[in-house]
Ligand binder design. Structure first.
Ligand SMILES: C[S@@+](CC[C@H](N)C(=O)[O-])C[C@H]1O[C@@H](n2cnc3c(N)ncnc32)[C@H](O)[C@@H]1O
Length: 285
């Protein structure tokens, strides 16, 4: 249940004037969130995201190619790939492929990622997730991943992304860590305070990071603005479903699709992974 209405405010990270070191700091913090094993958990956020993929997709994961459609600097994809393919390897199955795509590709980050894994590639031109028909050929099923990015889009863009995914892919998954509820606001507050520790761990050698964290608190204020705005912008599962319903009224055929949603406690005590999964071709759950 959302505490207040959704507003499409802006995040500093999305602004062209946002300094790259601040954006990189935020990416590092998000990376940490995916990689951390929360208290009382036996696996990381990324591993638990893989559990959701495995349990909700209608076919074995090996039947799919996973497309990180708004990949940014790569987000959790290397962790998802490692985790999923370690499981498949243990079962004697062939590895799945991951593809990075974005309207504003981060070639440098992607080259680093793809050189470290033969199962990850990238699309070497900008791809607009609101209009794309298909990212991969028809030999494998296509599952589009929207990792912590769906809240960045206004309703018009979000509806187009859902329409394009339903028309062009075989499954799509929206992962968010923010929401308009008390646990998400509390978890975000912890993330906002995290630079007070991580600046010392990661950037102890940088006078700029130290100054802008502890003396003039630019870093915590940036984390606070973008963190709370992310919460305010994130759609509930019902709001995502409403966007699909509105598209259905405009003629979108979803008769073959099933939608699942839920939340998984990944970073106790407050951190939940909120997921919305659309799959084509299974009507029985
Ligand atoms: C929050 S960032 C990326 C988050 C990333 N998935 C992660 O987990 O770190 C959102 C990304 O969406 C991309 N983007 C914005 N509009 C897009 C569009 N129409 N199609 C594809 N990507 C888009 C931006 O370039 C940006 O990299």
């Amino acid at each position: 249940m959302a505490l207040f209405p959704r507003f499409q405010l802006f995040e500093i990270e999305d602004m062209s004037w946002c300094p790259s070191w601040l954006r990189e700091y935020s990416h590092r913090a998000l990376h940490q969130m995916w990689n951390t094993v929360g208290p009382g958990r036996t696996s990381s956020t990324a591993a638990q995201a893989c559990d959701i993929l495995v349990s909700k997709l209608p076919e074995a994961p090996s039947a799919f190619t996973f497309v990180d459609a708004c990949a940014g600097a790569g987000g959790p994809t290397p962790m998802l790939e490692r985790n999923l393919n370690t499981r498949l390897h243990a079962l004697g199955q062939k590895p799945v492929r991951f593809v990075l795509a974005d309207l504003y590709p981060d070639w440098a980050a992607w080259k680093k990622i793809t050189s470290a894994s033969e199962n990850i590639s990238f699309i070497s031109k900008p791809v607009d997730a609101t209009t794309v028909t298909r990212y991969v050929d028809d030999k494998t099923l296509e599952c589009r991943l929207f990792n912590l990015c769906f809240h960045h889009f206004d309703n018009d863009q979000a509806a187009k992304i859902l329409r394009a995914s339903i028309q062009g892919s075989d499954a799509f998954v929206i992962f968010e860590m923010t929401q308009r509820n008390i646990p998400a606001l509390l978890n975000t507050s912890i993330v906002i305070l995290s630079p007070l520790v991580t600046t010392l761990l990661w950037f102890w050698w940088s006078p700029m990071h130290l100054l802008l964290t502890y003396v003039i608190p630019v870093v915590p204020l940036f984390f606070a603005w973008d963190g709370y705005v992310s919460c305010i912008r994130t759609r509930s599962a019902n709001e995502i479903r409403d966007l699909i319903t509105a598209e259905e009224k405009l003629g979108l055929d979803t008769s073959e699709w099933t939608f699942h949603y839920g939340e998984t406690k990944v970073l106790p005590p407050f951190g939940n992974l909120y997921w919305f999964v659309g799959v084509k071709g299974r009507r029985d759950s």
